[in-house]
Design a protein around this ligand. Structure first.
Ligand code: NAG
Length: 365
């Protein structure tokens, strides 16, 4: 009798799950075949590694920062500008680690860069591309392109002529639902530019998979734009005979890329939010991604993010050094300032700083 009851309960549970699965509005898409061959390739291995990024690292502004996502350093004043979950743009003096709350965007400031007239430009996940003047006045520069509103303005960099290059990671999901974008597997991301003289927003690339970090190349002839779930960054030429064309810059990164920054000395630093093992495993299976999406929506999911950090690549995209730590997740930006590495995070209450002369990446023999 007990067996029959258990059996009946199991059958009902399976049927109920099947009905829920069919009724569920969140749908995951299959990736095109050529995208999956890349997903299956082995991850890049950097010549030098430090797999204990947290060892010897310091916490800057602890308790005064809430998820400092991006880092914009002003060498003239020695101050880092960073945006938090609480909407605040904070100024952090790197020498004394003093944190000053400066302007609240009322949204979620992510990417941040210094303008050419002393202003600060912010990619705010909810508000769009913002200009914050020296005296703290805020103005929305752009929040849509070709009739389609941004839903997750994510990263920004600036060209020598003051042109702003930025990304909308997704026109469908907000920053708080970004995980669903990764599970859905549809390219909702766009690369854009904003010209201050004409106030024009131009769509440069669409159909990107979660368009995240963007950097103007060292020689200023192309942009590098990172697609988080695809563990890669592409080049988009802005000058010369190839202007408007796209090619791969770096692929099969050992993690999911977020912001990318050029250090002025031959290296791009790509923040890796987590390693790519989990996503790689589920990417070929839309039904599993849908189930994980449902799990996340209704009951929550276990944390699968680990081995966050950064990879430094040279001008050709060759992997030079990889800093990471099993304990780290949601690393969103890393900048090399003098001989220190500064890393921001979507969730931590501080900026992480590591002395690279004392804790370098080394070649493993
Ligand atoms: C930002 O605002 C300031 C003050 O109005 C202005 O001088 C500056 O040109 C603006 N920057 C951009 C990129 O629009």
């Amino acid at each position: 009798m007990a067996n029959i009851v258990a059996y009946a309960i199991a059958v009902i549970a399976v049927l109920a799950a099947a009905v829920l699965y069919r009724l569920e509005t969140f749908e995951a898409a299959a990736y095109p075949e050529h995208e999956l061959t890349r997903v299956g390739a082995p991850a890049l291995v950097a010549a030098k590694r430090n797999d204990r990024l947290l060892r010897g690292s310091e916490k800057i502004g602890e308790g005064k920062l809430v998820g400092p996502e991006d880092i914009a350093y002003d060498p003239k004043t020695g101050v880092i500008y960073t945006g938090g979950e609480d909407g605040w743009i904070s100024r952090v003096s790197v020498t004394e680690s003093v944190v000053e709350k400066w302007v609240n965007t009322g949204g979620r400031p992510l990417g941040i860069v210094h303008g050419v007239h002393g202003e600060v430009i912010v990619a705010d996940a909810y508000k769009g591309l913002l200009n914050i003047s020296r005296n703290g006045e805020m103005e929305v520069l752009s929040d849509e392109a070709e009739g389609l509103k941004f839903k997750l303005t994510d990263a920004v960099d600036i060209g020598p002529d003051g042109t702003l290059y930025f990304t909308d990671a997704s026109y469908k999901y907000s920053v708080h639902h970004a995980f669903f974008d990764l599970m859905e597997g549809t390219p909702h991301g766009r690369l854009l530019s904003y010209h201050p003289s004409t106030k024009q927003t131009t769509l440069l690339l669409k159909d990107l998979y979660f368009a995240n970090g963007v950097a103007v190349s060292a020689d200023q002839t192309f942009l590098i734009v990172c697609e988080t779930p695809m563990a890669r960054c592409k080049k988009y030429f802005i000058q010369g005979p190839r202007a408007g064309s796209v090619e791969m810059f770096v692929e099969n990164l050992p993690g999911l890329p977020d912001n990318i920054r050029y250090d002025g000395h031959g290296l791009y630093w790509i923040a890796l939010a987590t390693d790519s093992s989990f996503l790689k495993m589920v990417q070929p299976y839309p039904w599993i991604r849908k189930l994980i999406g449902m799990l996340d929506k209704y009951v929550g999911r276990p944390s699968m993010e680990k081995n966050g950090g950064t990879i430094a690549v040279d001008l050709e995209g060759k992997a030079i050094a990889h800093y990471y730590d099993e304990e780290l997740s949601y690393v969103t930006s890393c900048n090399k300032i003098a001989h220190h590495l500064y890393c921001g995070s979507l969730i931590s209450p501080y900026i992480t700083r590591l002395d690279l002369t004392r804790y370098p990446a080394t070649s493993s023999s």
